[in-house]
Design a protein around this ligand. Sequence first.
Ligand code: ADP
Ligand code: ZN
Length: 431
Amino acid sequence: MFFQPDKENISIDNLKAVQEECLAKTIELAGRSPYYRKLFNKYGLKPKIKALKDIAKFPFTTKEDLRQSYPTGMVAVPFEEIVRMHASSGTTGKSTLVFHTKKDIENWAILVARGLYAVGVRKTDIFQNMMNYGLFTGGLGLHYGAEKLGALVIPAGSGNTKKQIELWLDLKTTVIHITPSYLFYLGHVIEEEEKIPLSKFSLKIAIVGAEPHSEETRRKLENIFGIKVFNCYGLSEMNGPGVAFECEYQNGLHLWEDHYYAEIINPDTGEVLPEGKEGELVLTTLAREGMPVIRYRTRDITKFIKGRCPCGRTHRRIERIKGRTDDMFIVKGVNIFPSQIEGVLMQIPEVDKNYRIVIDRYEGLDKLIVEVEVKKGFFDGELSHLKAIQDKLTNKLKENILVTPVVNLVEPGSLPSSTGKAQRVIDKRRL
Ligand code: ADP
Ligand code: ZN
């Protein structure tokens, strides 16, 4: 069951042909933007390609390049054709801008609708979009996708938690779109503050994205709410959410290859890696008119999963994003992604819903501090109980990340919570 059967289970040969044709058009179109025109001239490149493999001749585009061409240097059509602008969240510096034509907006909605349909959302659903509206792409992106599908869309935005819960109850919301960290926080408010039994809610599906999270986090969220949680990936430079989406099998995210040409590279050398190897995802838009982007370095770490998915979609699957190259931190010479720590914490039953990683330096030595909220029942006044949990966490973390952390246990609800993208790591060495 597909939203666009002919596009989603297209044969591999036809998909390749579509990619080749669209890539040639994209390169030609990109050559009309001030940024790429200059770049092609600099490298003596003709805006023409014959085969997919010719893409290797073109240099990567980086977030820095987007910042350099700020605000409109990559726009490739007359400005009157542009109907919408979005910006990245600015997690790692100045936001970058992306411009869309009418067709681009329509295509984006279709890709999101494909993903929503793949995880079981239908026109009978009540879809509450709990992501920030505005420049950020998580709001309007999913909004138009869910409308395209025909669901009833509640544009709730993020925050205002009590109102969100009221809407869930009064409108019998069945599907939400939310960051995993905000969903945890909502669980806390419902259980601890409002004390509403979960049986009162009609919720079936949560679509989560915008920040890296582990498989263990997904399972924990599914257990807390008794729902299915699906992963949706995207970035503003490639429209926003909906670039890749899980299907009902929850075994990786189908990347819509008729709209994006994907490569995985070694982030240190730029070398393109063979299928199945982990590295940085590089994406080229294949159908975007307003602002084509060639070989964009996403800085997100993943790999392609080999083999076909039982759902029948031809588009290859990527693994959930392990983290961003710039999220990775090095403690005592060991490379660590926050998601590795999260994966360990979320398996431990005593751990509640929130955590924070602090890295500091004492007398020249790195110190990794993991602050963890522990479920209420364990704060029973018995120090030995807490000590046992602390030791268990320290050992489990050490086994996995090879560095011995200092584990600080705190009461539920005491760490700062987030209604948007969570800030999990505080590196005091850089402050
Ligand atoms: P910024 O790059 O400033 O955060 P965006 O709003 O465009 O701006 O965010 C896109 C980034 O968010 C992605 O490159 C990725 O790092 C992260 N992201 C989005 N969805 C997911 C997801 N499902 N899993 C992990 N990371 C995600
Ligand atoms: Zn599938």
